[in-house]
Design a protein around this ligand. Structure first.
Ligand code: ATP
Ligand code: 3PG
Length: 473
């Protein structure tokens, strides 16, 4: 406890301040411009968050929203007026190059409704004209009406439509430039609080070229904690599974060098098995199998990948129908064989000696893993969570939108205990942690690098006033 002495006039103790619960910003790289250092009074603040928690129009786990509320409170308490934005899902199909807006599935409405219920304040969501295959081409000037209401405090905030509904968000050329300039024109300051959204897109990275930009409080926390797995206590085991093969196979090769053991699941594992055993699994693309060959070669000598031997094969993705799914064993794989969809790791895989040895002896475990096709094939993920929890002494880091969401829905008690436990840390982004592990440096994430570059340009100096009042947020 420290005495709290208000102003200069009184000069005596009239209360005390509680030190606990505030992170010391000095523990972060000093090149990173921090929200605490921004001048926010009467400024419109464009805040990028990762509220990518909506599945088919519903929120399954609010964690990623809740951890950004401190940043929102900080902005509003210091006189800023927020325009919030997030991506939801992957509406742009890289293969067909079409952007499909599915209002019932990937709009921000469920997030806005949740925040309004939670905070009892009102947000407005602007509507823009969308084309059929390219999404929204322009932010039109009708938004100025909402900005007027925002400045005059008639509304508490503006929440933009899904950033990936905009043609410029993932573009690399003119459409991106146009979108970024329009976005920047809405605000005075940019704050990035989206640790999970590491990909260099318009609203995460390019926007920093046009506005003074700062790291939000959630991003700061995540950068602080991710350092802990860059120098892990060994043995270090990573479990990587799920669906995002395209963005995760690259980092995996580097991560392989850094771990002692690696367990794979989901589409990533299917692809690896196709490359290793020269088999075919329905839905696994030949081009992806080629990308996995490097990992197979690497593992012939280093033997770090612990095989989960029993898998679940199904004839249909429509459901779990008796007689239409079966257990298969990697021991039976022979070159040239063809399998239907492989949609889960059989729970018994986690009872084999090799797997138990790896997980029970680990001192650090990183989990970015949904083992099966959800919500139907959940059994492998459930067993994985339980097996990992048996190791009471290891530091356990879970990261990823779906990873956390499934952890919560399959083991609600354990999930809530993990939130409070010093042996667990839950990251909002799984792909981001993989990227940090690949780069070996949290400040090398493209989004974070952009903030640092911006700091040099705008020379975001800590103001005396802000330092005394806000450096302990
Ligand atoms: N064998 C499989 N076949 C098809 N889909 C699978 C399979 N295994 C897992 N999945 C799907 O993978 C998805 C989760 O993967 P994803 O890579 O998005 O993980 P994540 O935890 O959200 O990480 P990140 O935060 O990096 O996105 C789930 O929707 C699940 O249904
Ligand atoms: O869920 C996630 O991992 C983040 O929101 C990032 O999503 P992305 O991999 O589609 O960029």
């Amino acid at each position: 406890m420290a005495p709290y002495i208000p102003g200069d006039q009184i000069g005596m103790k009239v209360g005390y301040s509680v030190e606990e619960g505030c992170r010391d910003p000095a523990l972060l790289d000093e090149r990173l411009p921090l929200l605490q250092h921004a001048d926010l009074r009467d400024k419109v603040v464009l805040l990028r968050v990762d509220h990518n928690v909506v599945k088919k129009g519903k929120i399954l786990d609010q964690y990623r929203i809740d951890v950004t509320l401190a940043t929102m409170y900080n902005i509003i308490e210091r006189g800023g007026r927020p325009i919030i934005m997030t991506h939801i899902g992957r509406p742009f199909d890289k293969k067909t190059k079409t952007l499909t807006i599915k209002k019932d599935e990937d709009s921000v409405d469920a997030v806005v409704a949740y925040m309004q219920r939670k905070l009892r304040i009102k947000f407005a969501v602007p509507q823009f004209h969308a084309t059929e295959k390219e999404g929204i081409l322009d932010i039109d000037t009708s938004i100025n009406w909402l900005i007027q209401d925002l400045r005059s405090r008639k509304i508490a905030g503006i929440y933009l439509p899904n950033t990936r509904w905009f043609a410029g968000e993932e573009d690399k050329g003119e459409k991106m430039e146009r979108f970024v300039v329009q976005l920047a024109g809405l605000a005075d300051v940019f704050v990035n609080d989206a640790f999970g959204s590491w990909q260099a897109h318009a609203s995460t990275t390019h926007i920093t070229r046009y506005l003074p930009s700062y790291a939000g409080l959630c991003l700061q926390d995540e950068l602080f904690h991710v350092k802990e797995i860059l120098s892990p206590k060994r043995p270090f085991v990573a479990v990587v599974a799920g669906a995002k093969y395209d963005t995760k196979i690259g980092p995996l090769a580097e991560i392989y060098k850094k771990v002692d053991k690696l367990l794979l699941g989901g589409i990533i594992y299917n692809t690896f098995l196709c490359a290793k055993y020269n088999i075919k699994i329905q839905g696994v693309e030949d081009s992806d199998i080629e990308l996995a060959r490097g990992l197979v070669e690497q593992d012939k000598t280093d033997q770090k990948i612990v095989e989960l031997p029993l898998l679940v094969e199904t004839e249909t993705l429509e459901g779990r129908f008796e007689g239409r799914f079966r257990t298969i064993n990697t021991k039976d794989f022979a070159a040239g064989q063809q399998y239907k969809y492989v949609v889960d790791i059989h729970p018994a895989s986690f009872e084999t000696k090799e797997v138990l040895d790896a997980l029970d002896s680990a001192s650090t475990i990183f989990v970015n893993a949904v083992m099966g096709f959800m919500p139907t094939f959940w059994h492998g993920t459930s067993q994985m969570d339980a097996t990992i929890d048996r190791n009471r002494s290891a530091l356990k880091f879970f990261g990823g939108g779906d990873t956390l969401q499934e952890f919560k829905s399959l083991h609600p008690g354990l999930y809530h205990a993990a939130l409070e436990s010093s042996k667990y840390y839950l990251f909002t982004g799984g792909g981001s942690v993989l990227k940090v592990l690949e780069e070996g440096d949290p400040y090398a994430l493209p989004t974070v690098k952009a903030l640092i570059e911006n700091g040099k340009t705008y020379n975001n100096k800590l103001q005396q006033h802000d330092q005394s009042n806000y450096s302990n947020y």
